[in-house]
Design a protein around this ligand. Structure first.
Ligand code: PXG
Length: 292
């Protein structure tokens, strides 16, 4: 496996970063999870824009231009002969000393891993997920904006541990006011009488790329009303349909929340249409890896 690290394409065994890297010492850095489908990178520009915004928010200078990041992502996929895969793009503060001060880090570290994707089990999509609400509250934007896709994932990992302990793959996270924010690595949607609801980012949600694509499909193809609005567990329990979105999960139906059956207990009709349309979008659009 070839890894892109600071301008070089290295074998996995040789792709090493310093133990003084502040990405490791403090979680001081930002990242993206990107998918390639059928020889195309899905929404590459959006992912690059988002990592640039994440970096700007933490006052981190990305050591490559947006154009060169795009080239490096495609180069890494080509070096690994991948047509379908998962890409992890990471920019850290770089190596410094043992203090927090980012100014001591001379140069940001940038690396790109492109690997085969481990798909979620097919039954997640055909039968739907059972999820729980975790007691771990999502970090509020007044502490650390959830719009920053930072290397600080401990809040989400604490929630993931809760999900695992409950024997389910995902957990719904509320914010400190009790409004539904998102899941540990996915955004959440509910459908009620032809209106699709998803929490706005200020509640404590990442502005997911998949979330954005699904809202476009829902608006333009399914002609649904969309509301980025706050809602509570009550609204999830009484929804007609519920689903999660994310780069890894794509669109995945939720059929049970905290032991309550959602809708009729099967993946919803609208959810299934969104899954189909999203698949089409990922198959047909994106930046080609192997042709000009
Ligand atoms: N919320 C959080 C906290 C995330 O980390 C999403 C929402 C969905 O955003 P996108 O842009 O992916 O639609 C994420 C993204 C994994 C994995 O391996 C998780 C994400 C992305 C890629 C892989 O679980 N989370």
């Amino acid at each position: 496996m070839k890894i892109y690290l600071d301008g070089k394409m290295l074998e996995k065994e040789d792709a090493k970063i310093s133990v003084f890297d502040h990405g490791l010492l403090y979680g001081d850095g930002v990242f993206e999870g990107i998918r390639a489908y059928n020889g195309r990178v899905f929404r590459l520009r959006e992912h690059i824009d988002r990592i640039y915004n994440s970096a700007r928010a933490i006052d981190l200078v990305v050591p490559l231009s947006k154009k060169d990041i795009g080239i490096a992502v495609l180069d890494t996929l080509r070096a690994n002969k991948l047509k379908d895969g998962y890409i992890r793009l990471v920019v850290t503060r770089g190596a410094g000393d043992l203090g927090l001060d980012p100014q001591k880090c001379e140069k940001a570290t940038i690396f790109i891993i492109a690997d085969k994707i481990k798909l979620y089990p097919e039954e997640f999509y055909t039968n739907g997920l059972s999820v729980v609400t975790t007691s771990v509250r999502r970090t509020m934007p007044d502490a650390l904006s959830p719009c920053i896709k930072s290397l600080n994932y401990l809040n989400n990992i604490m929630a993931k541990l809760d999900a695992i302990r409950a024997g389910v793959p995902e957990a719904i996270m509320l914010n400190s006011a009790g409004y539904v924010a998102e899941c540990t690595g996915d955004n959440i949607f509910i459908l009620k009488e032809n209106t699709l609801f998803t929490p706005p980012s200020w509640v404590g949600a990442l502005e997911g790329i998949t979330r954005g694509a699904v809202m476009e499909i829902a608006r333009n193809k399914l002609k649904l009303a969309i509301k980025e609005d706050v809602f509570t567990q009550y609204h999830v329990y009484t929804a007609d349909e519920c689903f999660l979105t994310g780069t890894a999960a794509e669109v995945v139906p939720v059929v049970k929340v905290d032991g309550r059956i959602i809708g009729d207990g099967n993946p919803g009709k609208t959810t299934l249409r969104l899954i189909k349309e999203f698949k089409e979008l990922t198959r047909l659009t994106g930046v080609p890896i192997y042709e000009k």
